[in-house]
Design a protein around this ligand. Structure first.
Ligand SMILES: Nc1ncnc2c1ncn2[C@@H]1O[C@H](COP(=O)(O)OP(=O)(O)OP(=O)(O)O)[C@@H](O)[C@H]1O
Ligand SMILES: [Mg+2]
Length: 206
């Protein structure tokens, strides 16, 4: 067992992102992974993480296509507390992938609109086909993973799983798809995405 405590600092370049609950750092010894630290207990950070890890465990029992979700590798000890290790999503050219909010401008250009429609369609189809549940789907939790110069695939880095005491959407295909359609509709009203017209811009509801 590795007992080394790794050193992380919020003030250096290794900080990739900061959300309401977690800090996300580049792993100091593994460029393909990142380390997340809960920085805020006030907003229920640990509870959210616990739910997510439970859901990861469930996904690991059946999911084969992990293109849209960073894999989880367990915990490590850090100077900032327990670190949770995931795949670090990096573009084909070595740049850290941007979230949908960071990547897409307001207003959208004609070409970025086409790119966004394609990404949203990939996202809906991927989640639907693999029966992946999210609490809410927010553009700032979706990374635009550029896998080549021309191809991009959405990666959901946060808010996976469901909070219900009986996780019915995880166990029933019918309830899962019902819940997903509701989440997809809400997603279309989120900032950035709401620049699309679901009827005329080619959004495909699975
Ligand atoms: N696997 C990853 N690879 C690369 N960057 C990531 C990864 N996971 C998260 N990030 C970046 O770090 C940011 C914060 O991570 P995350 O969304 O997990 O934190 P959070 O506190 O749970 O967020 P929220 O405020 O949405 O609850 C993300 O918005 C994203 O920019
Ligand atoms: Mg987030």
């Amino acid at each position: 067992m590795c007992t080394t405590t790794i050193q992380l600092s919020e003030t250096d370049d290794s900080l990739i992102g900061k959300g309401r609950h977690r800090l996300c750092f580049a792993h100091p010894y593994d460029k393909e992974r990142c380390v997340k630290i809960v920085h805020s207990q006030a907003t229920g950070g640990s509870k959210e993480l616990e739910r997510e890890l439970k859901y990861y465990h469930y996904l690991s029992t059946y999911l084969r296509d992990w293109r849209g979700i960073p894999r989880y590798y367990g915990t490590i000890s850090t100077n900032l507390g327990t670190g949770y290790v995931y795949d670090r999503i990096v573009d084909y050219d070595g740049q850290t992938s941007l979230t949908m909010v960071e990547y897409f401008t307001h207003p959208l250009t004609k070409s970025s609109k086409i790119e966004l429609v394609c990404l949203v369609n990939h996202l809906f189809q991927y989640l639907f086909d693999n029966r992946i549940i999210t609490m809410t789907l927010k553009p700032y939790n979706i990374l635009c993973h550029r896998i080549s110069e021309k191809e991009m695939f959405p990666v959901i880095c946060d808010n996976l799983g469901e909070a219900s005491f009986i996780p019915i959407a995880s166990r029933s295909r019918w309830f899962c798809h019902l819940k997903q359609r509701r989440i997809f509709r809400r997603f279309l009203s989120q900032p950035v995405i709401n620049q699309l017209d679901a009827c005329t811009d080619g959004i495909i509801f699975p």
